[in-house]
Design a protein around this ligand. Structure first.
Ligand SMILES: *Cc1c(COP(=O)(O)O)cnc(C)c1O
Length: 358
């Protein structure tokens, strides 16, 4: 018996989700966000599967953009935080990589660098999230400076929504209004929509939409499941039972004795832990499926193992399969139980989990 802790990755699901995004996007161009190793799915694998469905890709780092170029991806690429230094700027220009410009220092860098080729840039505007971007009142001057540079092609203004996933969102409308006002005033295109914006705000689509999580089958909306949004499951994390033990009523299981048997119990030991990227802070009761039957965690997650209650699954025995997330247990449910989001769970699966691609 090998350990068999597996991350199954499904290209057909990725493609189906990209087609869903494409339908929603209408005439807007669509760049698939593949930063952070394509949300943990594997950068070149995901980009190759998505390539026929999208107009380009968005990444956070130059290294990610270069990895895509080295994988033979010739599609437009966008660096969503722009360049970190002059060397990167030169490399981006040479490799035809589009840049976000979010700060005065990046404009200065463009002004004092002799570029080997024209570089396409998007001016990042802080429309209210107060993370990255120039404040709206500084944009007219920034646009004029960028337009004065012969080696710069200004593609448009870009912003990012802070609350588009939330049911009671009123901030996105304000952010969008200020971005659109700016775009109109300068005759520029705009880009605002992440996955949530793509679903909820058709008037945010502009020239370019930037879906991420929906491509990977995570729900972009807090109050709606991925299944109800028509998204397919792109990854399934599974492991095997390596032991099934009897625990008398009243005894506790695992580090810290956080779970105590309220009845004579059977506890399954599963060969996956936080060393594989399963979240250690997953509480008792976090859903799993043993042999296709849902049950929950019983006891704290260890580095290489976790324990589940199989008292009501009498057939469970060593070697049986346990789904941590995927088809029967959605990644969003696990994320909610852990007080986080699917994005983080996807990013945390460690290299020692064997990848199986479909
Ligand atoms: C990651 C990212 C997105 C995608 O967001 P999702 O919520 O995953 O759809 C869009 N735009 C920018 C700038 C990003 O960094």
């Amino acid at each position: 018996m090998t350990r068999n802790t597996l991350l199954e990755l499904r290209a057909p699901a990725l493609i189906a989700n990209a087609r869903k995004a494409r339908q929603l996007a209408g005439r807007a161009a669509m760049f698939a966000m593949v930063k952070a190793n394509a949300y943990g799915h594997g950068l070149s694998w995901a980009a190759s599967a998505l390539r026929p469905e999208v107009d380009g890709f968005g990444v956070a780092l130059m290294e990610e953009a270069q990895a895509l170029r080295e994988a033979g991806i010739k599609a437009p690429l966008l660096l969503v935080e722009g360049c970190f230094d002059q060397q990167e700027l030169l490399a981006a220009s040479a490799a035809d990589i589009q840049l976000v410009v979010h700060s005065g220092w990046q404009i200065e860098l463009l002004e004092r660098t002799r570029l080997p080729a024209v570089v396409t840039v998007w001016l990042k505007v802080d429309s209210g999230m107060h993370r990255l971007g120039l404040p709206v009142h500084q944009c007219a001057a920034a646009i004029a400076r960028l337009r004065a540079l012969p080696q710069v092609r200004l593609a448009g203004v870009m912003s990012h929504f802070a609350c588009a996933d939330m049911p009671q969102d009123t901030q996105s409308a304000q952010q969008l209004a200020s971005l659109r006002r700016l775009a109109d005033a300068h005759g520029l295109a705009f880009s605002a929509a992440n996955s949530a914006g793509l679903y909820r705000y058709p008037d945010s689509h502009g020239a370019l939409v930037r879906p991420g999580i929906m491509l990977y089958g995570g729900s972009p909306l807090l109050n709606q499941s991925a299944a109800s949004l028509g998204l397919a499951v792109t990854q399934r994390l599974s492991a095997r039972l390596i032991a099934v033990n009897e625990v008398p009523a009243g005894d506790a299981v695992g580090y810290g004795a956080t779970w105590r048997a309220s009845r004579p119990s059977r506890i399954g030991v599963v060969a996956i832990g936080y060393g594989d990227g399963y979240p250690r802070h997953a509480p008792n009761g976090t859903p799993v499926a043993v042999n296709g039957i849902r049950t929950g965690l019983a006891g704290r997650v260890s580095m290489d193992m976790l324990t589940v209650d199989v008292t009501d699954i009498p057939a469970a025995e060593p070697g049986d399969e346990v789904e941590l997330w995927g088809d029967l247990v959605s990644v969003d449910e696990v994320a909610a139980a852990c007080g986080t989001i699917s994005y983080e769970l996807f990013c945390q699966v460690t290299p020692r989990v064997r990848r199986v691609v479909i």
